[in-house]
Design a protein around this ligand. Sequence first.
Ligand SMILES: Nc1ncnc2c1ncn2[C@@H]1O[C@H](COP(=O)(O)OP(=O)(O)OP(=O)(O)O)[C@@H](O)[C@H]1O
Ligand code: NI
Length: 304
Amino acid sequence: MRGGSHVSAVTDATFDLAAGECLALVGESGCGKSVLASALLGLLPENAETAGSALLGDGTDLLTADERALARTVRGRRVGLVPQSPAAHLTPVRTVRSQLEETVRELTGVRRADVRAAAEAAAARAAFPAGHLDRYPHELSGGLAQRAATALALIGDAPLLLADEPTTGLDRDLVDRTVDELRRHVGDDRALLLITHDLAAAERIADRVAVMYASRVVEIADAPDFFGARGPRHPYARGLLSALPEREFAPVPGLPPELSALPAGCAFAARCERADEACGAVPALSGGAACHHPHVDVLEAPRA
Ligand SMILES: Nc1ncnc2c1ncn2[C@@H]1O[C@H](COP(=O)(O)OP(=O)(O)OP(=O)(O)O)[C@@H](O)[C@H]1O
Ligand code: NI
């Protein structure tokens, strides 16, 4: 892509997401999480190549649907997005109130007389202070822009909501409040894909966890298993969890490979104490982990 080189940003990502469910997608910076979200919105750059499919419940394939259909019937309506860089998604020349009201008019059947109140209610859901509604995006802190973007994304009540790092720049209380609100959005009949670095936020609201490493989904697990005594199966996922301050606070040694120069076999092998010659071949995702030597024991040091 950039400079003519080819980046495999997402490979072998297979998962499903049912109504009523929250899946947290976690993994280090640059592993391909946001590219995956872009693919699910039909927002990949023109020169991107895709293979496979990303199906909505009615069979619409988000990877092949034409741009007009995506813009008219999918984005915002059936697939909502809390973008990773909200500042870039807010319209610079319009106040937050005016953007919220426009989205209410576009995506809901609210009567004209009630648009203002509906916009204010959306702001309140995302803990965006009413006193800042008449500000322009450049007058907002990062955390406030984040909350404005979350408020906008909640308005359409989309059956699938993608939240790409929705808690960046928020302190712990607001993180909890924001993810709880996103979880409420799911209810019984909507789904949430929460992309996050914040494993505590994932533990708080996710039903399942998908771990991405160097463009691949390397583990999918039920959240209570993943965070509980059983622990993750994949050595990388175990390492991510152990790196948490409230656990062992020991980072995974080494760095992930460049996605433009992925090794032939398991991309984690170079950092993995379990690696052997079997790892020269890419492991398939089976039994919840893409690993030749998954952990089958329980975590040695369960949480205090
Ligand atoms: N438009 C693009 N052109 C070329 N490469 C890109 C493009 N967008 C993303 N990439 C590359 O794809 C890879 C995955 O990027 P992505 O933004 O999905 O990572 P991420 O997991 O979301 O990271 P972060 O946690 O930092 O947001 C990176 O190597 C990035 O440089
Ligand atoms: Ni990202």
